[in-house]
Design a binder for this molecule. Structure first.
Ligand code: SF4
Length: 373
């Protein structure tokens, strides 16, 4: 099991970010921020597929003035994305943005960064400090010779220290790179020296499917190393596409499981049932199911019973039939045409059992003397 790095907990609007909470999934709109209708419509579509925070670029005053309208329409925290113009960061804070993302390296001067930090401190706004290789401080470039992972980590640590000196405690850091290994190394270097939560991602990963694979390699490696308190999968696609990828990545690494996992074999010449059809039907029937359950669907008995033992429930195919397993024990044989319904029945049973266990645990907690809770 992945052990997450211990961090401070940062409130962003009504949502907490940090190691005591699930890794949060976020994304960014691609609409013109001057267009309230189009931007709100996209925000709502992103929420619908599970965005827990939404970031919107605020490049000008009209966009900044639209922030209250965006925030009235959405249920999740609002993040203003600021580049170059510190006045937009000040406007976003004044308009009540839950978090403001700045890259101190492109804000212009220390004085301007200080102004933004003072405003965030006074208003209680969370700040994401974003660091990347394109805007590294000159002295760090000279010291390290190139925007190395260590240089990026040092820059982030420096900005965090500056923010804390300015009285800002609600800080989240991102150190992004288009290079998977650099992103991993830089985040690791930062993580061992700081308790600030990390926003992780592989910047400009590209379009699917390669963008998904590159993001999975980078974000997956970081998650497995215990890093990351909020993630964004950056794809050249509609932002709605990013959320399912993010949740699947969290599930594949075991960091946050919010839906069933179907383990299925690739099939081979030994197979005697239509496994692809069965897997497709099970997946479709489970639709929006949020039960964290492992379902193993294997073509034959070669690996079937053994693999099924690792899952909560499993099926090992035979000639026109399947052997149903539950926690590694054989339940019964079912005809091929009944495999899907048998699996779904067992899953419904598991759901009931878990609900009963939860109720029993809650009843125990309620009955315990206050000091023992
Ligand atoms: S489980 Fe059976 S059918 Fe599936 S790949 Fe392995 S040997 Fe082939």
């Amino acid at each position: 099991m992945v052990v997450r790095r211990k961090t401070i907990q940062v409130p962003v609007g009504k949502l907490m970010i940090g190691s005591d909470y699930p890794v949060r999934v976020q994304s960014m709109t691609t609409t013109d921020s001057q267009d309230v209708e189009a931007t709100v419509a996209q925000i709502l579509r992103m929420q619908e597929v599970g965005a827990e925070l939404v970031r919107v670029t605020i490049p000008d005053q009209i966009s900044a003035d639209n922030i209250p309208a965006f925030m009235r329409a959405m249920d999740v925290p609002f993040i203003a994305d600021i580049h170059f113009n510190h006045k937009m960061a000040l406007a976003a804070i004044a308009h009540g943005a839950d978090k403001v993302r700045i890259n101190p390296g492109n804000i212009g001067s220390e004085k301007k960064v200080r102004e933004v930090l003072a405003a965030a401190r006074d208003k209680g706004t969370a700040i994401r400090i974003g660091v990347n290789s394109g805007s590294l401080e000159k002295d760090l470039l000279e010291k390290h010779g190139w925007p190395s992972p260590e240089a990026l980590a040092e820059s982030a640590l420096r900005h965090v220290a500056f923010a804390r000196e300015s009285g800002v405690e609600k800080i989240i850091v991102s150190i992004k790179s288009t290079d998977v290994e650099s992103a991993l190394t830089a985040n690791q270097a930062f993580a061992v020296q700081s308790d600030v939560p990390l926003h992780i991602g592989i910047t400009e990963a590209g379009d699917p499917p390669y963008g998904v694979i590159k993001s999975s390699a980078g974000i997956g490696a970081m998650l497995l190393a215990g890093l990351g308190d909020t993630i964004r999968v950056s794809l050249t696609a509609e932002p709605e596409v990013e959320m399912p990828v993010a949740y699947d990545l969290l599930k594949a690494t075991g960091v946050r499981v919010t839906s069933p996992e179907i383990i299925a074999c690739p099939t081979c010449g030994r197979i005697d049932i239509d496994l692809e059809k069965i897997v497709g039907e099970v997946r479709e029937a489970l639709g929006k199911c949020t039960l964290p359950v492992k379902i193993s669907v294997l073509g034959c008995a070669v690996n079937g019973p053994g693999e099924a033992r690792e899952a909560d429930i499993g099926i090992a195919g035979g000639a026109g039939e399947g052997l149903l397993f539950r926690n590694g024990k054989t339940v019964r044989k079912v005809k091929e045409s009944e495999i899907v319904s048998a699996l779904l029945e067992e899953i419904a049973e598991i759901e009931k059992e878990r609900a009963a266990e939860r109720d029993a645990a809650e009843a125990l907690t309620d009955a315990a003397p206050v000091g023992e809770r």
